[in-house]
Write a protein that binds this ligand. Structure first.
Ligand SMILES: [Fe+2]
Length: 406
């Protein structure tokens, strides 16, 4: 099924190559510049987008075996993701139910139980409270009511998503609109983390805009890699999640063989933006090394930070291949830090001046149009129920596409 889907996307690409065209949105999209500068708008995005939508909280391979965990902060909330004995991953608020201290230090490790550093309350990696020092003296409590707070969690094809709101009613599977199934083409669950870097930038959406934009590639990146790209984009979407790739003449060679023999790896190129704040970037076009980036709002409308995890299909053991991977990773991070993010700071400064309250996305920029359209819809949705209705549309579109392809 996934191979068939990749073939279909590749056929679409080949048709554009032959016609010398690319995908276009129906209209030009204008959005107010204040969407990048207004503290109230920003606060509602933090609340309604990041506070309510599933975010990737771990890669499955980081917590591959039962007993492994990852602890990290998301939107100032400490999150602990643990793989339980039954193999399932579960995210918790990394906060003691006694007096609120953070239980596990940020990082990765292996432990079946976690002890709070403040008074020593101990929790199993199922979240259950299993130890209270001086329990008799403490007084009687119903331990079942003092387990770690569960966050709604969903794991599929190498990613663990969680919603930061423990009371969320969001249907995570529906939110993913079939994108999680598509990710199965990579087999990420058995990949390896090679390295991780963190960068700072201006407003989170200004920063994310660069990830869904191919129009700028040959211009802004002319000194680094831009000469290998046209400024055209072909965009596919599953609800709010996307794949963006440039029309690629090298795909024409695939036509020499029957479709069933088309090499999956040759059909994975491009950027795979995962709504609302992440993107997988194919590094070498061969589909065996990727960068997984996530962008988060910083402490104000004017700043953000991004984390970049470099993942490889095989574990790199030979020094030469590790050096080559390090070079590729550093190159990508340098391009972001030295070419993309400085422009974000420039734009931020210019929009802050208020002299022009409008930015515009062309018909040739479907990535940005899809992204901003969904951010706006999510910000406006008044409840999880309404969000579920929005994402049901994406899911339905995906299902009808699958039916057409059977
Ligand atoms: Fe860029």
């Amino acid at each position: 099924m996934n191979h068939k889907l990749l073939v279909e996307m590749t056929r679409h690409n080949i048709a554009h190559v032959k016609a010398d065209t690319a995908d276009q949105s129906n209209d030009i999209l204008e959005i107010p510049g204040s969407f990048y500068t207004d503290p109230e708008r920003w606060a509602s995005e933090c609340r309604n987008v990041f506070g309510r939508l599933p975010l990737v909280v771990a890669l499955s391979s980081e917590i591959a075996e039962p007993g492994m965990y990852r602890a990290a902060e998301f939107m100032n909330r400490p999150v602990l993701v643990a793989r339980r004995k039954d193999g399932t991953a579960q995210a918790f608020v990394n906060m003691c139910t006694h007096r609120g201290a953070q239980i596990v230090e940020d990082g990765k490790g292996k432990a079946n139980r976690f002890t709070c550093p403040y008074h020593g309350w101990t929790f199993a990696n199922t979240g259950q409270l299993i130890g209270v020092p001086s329990a008799k003296e403490f007084g009687e409590i119903d331990r079942d009511c003092f387990g770690l707070t569960h966050l709604p969690t969903f794991e599929h094809n190498g990613f663990v998503w969680a919603v930061l709101d423990p009371a969320s009613q969001l249907n995570i599977k529906q939110f993913l609109s079939g994108y999680d199934d598509v990710l199965g083409v990579f087999g990420f669950e058995s990949w390896h983390v090679f390295g991780r870097k963190r960068l700072e930038s201006a407003n989170w959406k200004l920063t994310y805009d660069g990830y869904v934009d191919f129009y700028h590639l040959p211009v802004l990146h002319k000194k680094t890699f831009g000469d290998k790209f046209s400024n055209r984009a072909i965009s596919f979407n599953w609800g709010p999640h996307q794949r963006i790739v440039t029309p690629d003449p090298s795909l024409l060679k695939l036509e020499e063989k029957p479709e069933s023999e088309w090499d999956t790896k040759k059909m994975l190129k491009g950027v795979w933006p995962m709504f609302p704040n992440a993107a997988l970037i194919s590094i070498d076009g061969r589909g065996d090394a990727m960068m997984f980036s996530q962008i988060f709002p910083g402490d104000s409308v004017e700043n953000s930070y991004s984390t970049h995890v470099f993942i490889t299909e095989r574990e790199l053991t030979r020094q030469e291949e590790r050096d080559a991977a390090e070079e590729q990773f550093s190159f990508l991070v340098r391009v972001l830090a030295e070419e993309d993010y400085p422009v974000c700071y420039d734009i931020q400064k210019n929009l802050n001046s208020g002299v022009r309250d409008k930015v515009v996305f062309g018909r040739n920029e479907p990535g940005g149009q899809i992204f901003h359209g969904w951010v706006d819809r999510v910000v406006r949705a008044s409840s999880d129920e309404e969000l579920n209705m929005l994402f049901a549309e994406g899911q339905a579109e995906n299902e009808s596409r699958q039916t057409e392809n059977v």
